[in-house]
Design a protein around this ligand. Structure first.
Ligand code: NAD
Length: 337
């Protein structure tokens, strides 16, 4: 059977990106909506054939407990609401897919993991690039030794933040600026491309605090990651330039993706410079989102742990906290093994 998803948060990602993807899924279907805007929920429900009885708001959310149609809750809310809705969903007996970044802090991540463990429910983070063919092919070739011994990694991720009133620029709702929203893609890529965990970070922040967008959160932050094998990663995120790039260098060549983590149109080159463009084989799903949605459904059906569980989100939050600490204190921060 197809497992039933409830989407919490009908914003640009939940409504604009995730909901239209169920048509591409094999093991997942859209069964419920959670929104503070009843008229919008009814409109979306009509378009996607969600029954009226499966519409919830943030107050009656906990009554999803009594709805057997719902197997999985997908949290597509501002970051400050991730912990609360993940924990309430688990307590209502539902499995959870939670968007990135997992939460405001590593302490919140730990509470989310504990709540899902206590309820015996799966927890997965919306790291869609683990289901994206270009990234999967880049990882495969790096692991296969195609560029020799890995030495250096670089990634910049950013966009020009135009929504000065959005929650992403309110620290209490986002937890931080470009690092939380976009730098996390560079951090993820550094970890999955090398297959290693960083042992230390060093970061520098540059923000024009007179820019009304950046009163509360950072614009640019550059962070170096040291890996045990000797690989050095140099990462960068910003809210004042458009960039989406991943580059891994080995002693025999390079793997480059640009864009690297886009919704579509990602491109991959392997070899010397940009000589050889690679067309990746298909990924696990018809699209990266279908692969992601069906992966959690399959994990629930066969009782497996997702490849990007809550622990993966927690690892990133711990590193992000160290990056912010390093930028604040102007020193290298060693990470706990
Ligand atoms: P958005 O602002 O477009 O949507 C947020 C939704 O939450 C809206 O429907 C809004 O009404 C609702 N909401 C409920 N209470 C709210 C409150 N108090 N304040 C503000 N909004 C409230 O944001 P988005 O871009 O859809 O992002 C949602 C989540 O998805 C975030 O965690 C974001 O990081 C993540 N995201 C992930 C990707 C990806 O590629 N994986 C892409 C975009 C966004």
């Amino acid at each position: 059977r197809k497992l039933g998803y409830a989407i919490v948060g009908l914003g640009s990602y939940g409504l604009g990106v995730i909901i239209p993807q169920f048509k591409n899924c094999r093991d997942s279907r859209l069964v419920a909506l959670v929104s503070g805007d009843a008229a919008k929920a009814r409109r979306v429900a009509a378009e996607y054939s969600v029954p009226e009885r499966n519409l919830y708001d943030y107050k009656n959310f906990d009554s999803i407990r009594d709805n057997p149609d719902i197997d999985i809750v997908y949290v597509c809310l501002p970051v400050s609401m991730h912990a609360e809705y993940t924990i309430r969903a688990a307590q209502a007996g539902k499995h959870v897919l939670c968007e990135k970044p997992m939460a405001l802090s590593s302490a919140e991540c730990e509470a989310m993991i504990a709540a899902c463990a206590k309820a015996g429910r799966k927890l997965m983070i919306g790291y869609r690039c683990h289901f994206e063919p270009t990234n999967l092919e880049a990882i495969r070739r790096a692991r296969a030794g195609e560029i020799g011994k890995l030495r250096y990694f670089r990634s910049e991720h950013g966009f020009v933040q135009g929504n000065a009133n959005g929650w992403r620029l309110r620290k209490a709702m986002s937890g931080g600026g470009s690092l939380m929203d976009m730098g996390i893609y560079a951090l993820q890529a550094a970890r999955y491309m090398t297959g290693e965990e960083p042992i230390a970070v060093y970061a520098t922040e540059r923000t024009d605090r007179s820019d009304p967008r950046f009163r509360e959160v950072e614009d640019m932050i550059a962070f170096d990651l040291e890996f045990p094998s000797g690989v050095l990663a140099s990462c960068m995120s910003m809210y004042s330039a458009n960039q989406n790039h991943i580059l891994l260098m080995g002693d025999k060549g390079r793997i480059e993706l640009e864009p690297g983590t886009g919704y579509a149109g990602n491109r991959l080159w392997v070899g010397q410079g940009r000589g050889n463009e690679i067309t990746p084989p298909p990924g696990p799903g018809a699209t990266q989102w279908a692969g992601q949605l069906d992966h959690l459904a399959q994990c629930v059906l066969t009782n497996r742990t997702p490849i990007v569980p809550g622990e993966e989100g927690l690892r990133d939050l711990r590193i992000i906290e160290a990056i912010y600490q390093s930028a604040r204190e102007g020193r290298r921060i060693a990470l706990r093994a």
